[in-house]
Design a protein around this ligand. Structure first.
Ligand code: FMN
Length: 192
């Protein structure tokens, strides 16, 4: 069975660099022996996490839907923007809600286990948002018990990093992306 890989960005901004990176990842993966799902968090809108709300009515429907989406895939690529050296509130809120979804008698954090995560970031600076990747790694690995690949891509100077075909202009970025995606596909195979 070919591995299934889910791709999304932690931004829903029109013209988002990270949505562009996610789209490129989906395009590159589609050339390989995997099934790719590219989604937008726009389609999984959730209220800000609130314990009282959860107590009264449980996780929102979108969190349950996205949790099931994660469970249906063997690998996940997240393109994560950097906000004040961390991840976006949108991404954190989404990951937090998913961590609260527990269906039937399944163990906690099911959406984060039995699959592999790869991370990327794009920022219009010289660090390419790598601090957001460190923060995201902490949330996924330490918080949620996920397996996150050590190799990651940080696209620097994002405003000019993509060409008119939405490919990465610089060979060092393109090469890094190929390497990260190669590892993601290889690792996802173990769960397929
Ligand atoms: C509240 C806020 C904080 C930000 N902090 C950082 C930062 O720490 N480092 C950085 O490289 N860019 C920072 N930025 C710039 C974002 O990386 C930039 O807006 C980027 O385009 C967001 O990703 P997107 O294009 O995928 O929406 C910040 C932007 C906002 C709105």
């Amino acid at each position: 069975m070919p591995p299934r890989i889910l791709v999304f960005a932690g931004s829903i901004r029109t013209g988002s660099y990270n949505a562009r990176l996610a789209a490129l990842v989906a395009k590159e993966l589609a050339r390989t022996e995997v099934e790719v799902s590219l989604i937008s968090l726009q389609d999984y809108s959730m209220p800000l996490y609130d314990g009282d709300r959860e107590g009264a009515s449980g996780p929102p429907e979108a969190a349950v839907k996205l949790k099931r989406m994660l469970c249906a895939h063997h690998g996940v690529f997240i393109a994560s923007p950097e906000y004040n050296a961390s991840i976006t509130p949108l991404l954190k809120n989404t990951l937090d809600w998913i961590s609260r979804v527990r269906e039937a008698a399944e163990p906690p954090l099911t959406a984060y286990r039995q699959r592999v995560f790869a991370l990327g970031a794009a920022s219009n600076g010289t660090h390419g948002g790598y601090r957001s990747l460190m923060a995201l790694r902490q949330v996924l690995e330490l918080g949620c018990g996920a397996l996150v690949l050590p190799e990651q891509i940080a696209v620097t100077e994002a405003a000019t990093a993509f060409d008119e075909m939405d490919n990465l202009r610089e060979e060092r970025h393109a090469q890094k992306l190929r390497s990260v995606l190669g590892q993601l596909v290889e690792s996802a195979r173990h769960y397929a």
